[in-house]
Design a protein around this ligand. Structure first.
Ligand SMILES: [Zn+2]
Length: 263
């Protein structure tokens, strides 16, 4: 005996082969945007986005994640390294929401609580607590945090130093996932310093690939500009695109040293 609603529930809990995706599959901001825009490796039909836990597509993932996988949307963002500030929804869905929000604000929208409470909620939103997993998670529990030996971290830094971005190295099957690197850097200042130095010493072309150009690049580009070189010439000399030089020499822009560390 299987009622219609049971069949529907079972279908909702089906997981496609290759899912859930176990490690953050994105190693550049471009990959993340491709995913959120439904193109690239996790291509979705127009107006939809792929759920990385089961492989099905939805217009927006929020309610699906909670109801089917028992995962809060922030938990999902953290697991896959997605930005906190972008809705996990298809582009036209996001567009619709932001239009609606803009419209409400133009029409004199006010928060449904007093100013102090609102300020508190905004302040708390960047470190919302993790939601505990529900008992019945269709995709099985997430991996427990594992203590990763120092040998692994040494090897990680060695591979980065050989001229790869941290994101590229983390994709190696024997390397930890992104969230492990994040916690390691937070909890071990010695490692964090070695990591920063390793990244800082990378060739500019590699840093550019990982969106992690820092002050050393700015200084080098400024010095060349002061010699009267064109952006195109500076780009050739430093091994990056002209647009990269332009972005980093544009003094109106805030310095963005390592966008990945701001999660
Ligand atoms: Zn799903």
């Amino acid at each position: 005996m299987s009622t219609r609603s049971e069949r529907k529930r079972r279908a909702a809990r089906r997981v496609f082969p290759g899912f859930p995706v176990e490690r953050p599959p994105f190693d550049s901001p471009q990959d993340v945007y491709d995913y959120l825009n439904g193109v690239g490796e996790y291509k979705a039909p127009a107006g939809r986005i792929v759920c990385l836990l089961c492989g099905k597509t939805y217009r927006k993932l929020g309610t699906h994640l909670l109801r089917i996988h028992g995962v809060e949307v922030d938990e999902y963002r953290e697991r896959y390294g997605l930005p906190w500030t972008v809705g996990v929804a298809s582009p036209d869905c996001r567009e619709r929401y932001s239009k609606a929000t803009r419209k409400r604000m133009e029409e004199g929208w006010e928060p449904g609580c007093d100013a102090d409470e609102w300020a508190e909620r905004v302040a708390a939103s960047s470190h919302r607590p993790r939601a505990p997993y529900r008992e019945h998670m269709a995709c099985g529990p997430l991996p427990e945090p594992v203590r990763i030996s120092d040998d692994v971290w040494d090897e990680f830094l060695r591979r980065v130093a050989s001229g790869r971005t941290p994101g590229e190295v983390l994709k190696d099957a024997d390397m930890p996932v992104y969230s492990c690197l994040y916690s390691k850097r937070k909890s071990d200042s010695g490692f964090a310093a070695r990591y920063d130095k390793t990244v800082d010493d990378l060739p500019f072309s590699v840093q550019a690939r990982g969106e992690m150009l820092g002050d050393r690049f700015k200084e080098a580009a400024r010095a060349l500009r002061d010699q009267g070189k064109l952006y195109r010439e500076i780009a050739d000399e430093l091994g990056v695109t002209t647009m990269t030089v332009f972005r980093h020499l544009d003094d109106r822009q805030p310095t963005s040293v390592n966008t990945k560390s701001e999660h």
